[in-house]
Design a protein around this ligand. Structure first.
Ligand SMILES: Cc1cc2nc3c(=O)[nH]c(=O)nc-3n(C[C@H](O)[C@H](O)[C@H](O)COP(=O)(O)O)c2cc1C
Length: 324
């Protein structure tokens, strides 16, 4: 019998700990790692799935994809490629991925450092538009995962804004959907998850109306002086709507977000447009070309006086990472 390589497993453990910082819908952190032999298994945690907003588990898979990509970024920073099998066992769909250490490669810690700086920034952004060269880089980042990044054009902005507003109104009028928001915006400090009031600014000054995350308590983040005029809106688009596509979209979301963070930009996702069917259809028409929207993102240049948005809590690695 060959003994598992302990150093290899230690590196997977470290990668799974870095992945704790990944963004997730309402900071639900809906995943678990199981370390076994010489590899890590990433499992979806269905107890953390949103019953009404995400009955099909798309947001959950997007979130797991972000965690998976964060883990591969950590391995790359340690000088190893990641060897990933995605959704490897069709009869066990909650086994999202098997991650092994791949061959050595030149270490690259640019995105790894961005893991600890990335935040969801819901405040109005600056006047200046993100540079075309950076948007092109983000397109490449999404393309690495087979996902298309569509930049909403000026002539599409009113249709995009209307789709987001429609989704917001539907969710506001649906008690079950409001219940999901309430559940994850009223978590206690000890829970170490959910969206805290200090991460939510009042819903003023934004070109595209933000999701109402202040249902149960007042928004406590100062919105700052941003005009939101330069904000770019992008939609990540997938070729099909199978679990593997949602997972890839989550990996692309992470890659795009870490890349823009490394370039000094800020962002926040807009997922209500994929949670409400008519809004999703409106985005699908906007994309054209037979692809489906997986998530939208607002991207901007930070306002100099604002300082970084506050970091949100994460559960203890010991609750998320199961050792052999
Ligand atoms: C799939 C997904 C969907 C999200 N949807 C929204 C959204 O619609 N509105 C929003 O303000 N934040 C959204 N977020 C951001 C999360 O709320 C955020 O990642 C989480 O609260 C952790 O905070 P952090 O990103 O600052 O670490 C989403 C994140 C993910 C991964």
């Amino acid at each position: 019998m060959t003994m598992p390589d302990r150093a290899e497993l230690d590196q997977i453990a470290e990668a799974s700990i870095a992945a704790v910082r990944a963004p997730s819908i309402f900071n639900t952190q809906p995943w678990r790692w199981r370390l076994t032999g010489n590899h890590g298994e990433l499992w979806a945690d269905r107890d953390r799935q949103l019953a009404r907003l995400d009955p099909g588990g798309r947001l959950l898979l997007l979130s797991c994809g972000a965690a998976l990509h964060h883990a591969t970024v950590a391995l790359l920073a340690a000088g190893y490629a990641a060897d990933v099998s995605r959704l490897p066992e069709p009869q066990r769909p909650d086994l999202v991925a098997r991650v092994r250490r791949g061959p050595p490669c030149p270490p690259d810690d640019e995105l790894y450092r961005a893991i600890y700086r990335r935040r969801t920034d819901r405040r109005p952004f600056g006047d200046e538009r993100p540079a075309g060269a950076i948007l092109a880089e983000l397109r490449t980042a999404a393309g690495r995962h087979g996902v298309r990044l569509h930049v909403v054009r000026h002539d599409q902005l009113s249709a995009f804004t209307a789709a987001v507003a429609h989704a917001g109104a539907v969710e506001h009028d649906d008690a079950g959907m409001r219940g999901d928001v309430l559940a994850w915006t009223t978590r206690t400090r000890a829970d170490r998850d959910g969206v805290p009031a200090r991460s939510v600014p009042a819903a003023t000054g934004r070109t595209v109306a933000p999701r109402d995350l202040a249902l149960a308590r007042p928004a406590a983040l100062e919105p700052g002086p941003g005009s939101d005029r330069g904000t770019a809106y992008v939609v990540l688009a997938i070729a099909a709507e199978e679990p593997g596509d949602w997972l890839a979209a989550g990996e692309a979301l992470s890659d795009v977000w870490l890349t823009l963070t490394a370039r000094g930009l800020v962002a926040s996702p807009i997922s209500e447009v994929i949670e409400v069917e008519p809004a999703r259809q409106a985005l699908r028409r906007l994309l054209g070309g037979g692809t489906a929207p997986a998530i939208a993102l607002r991207i901007g240049v930070p306002v100099a006086d604002n300082g970084p948005a506050p970091a949100t809590a994460r559960r203890c690695a010991t609750d998320i990472v199961g050792l052999p």
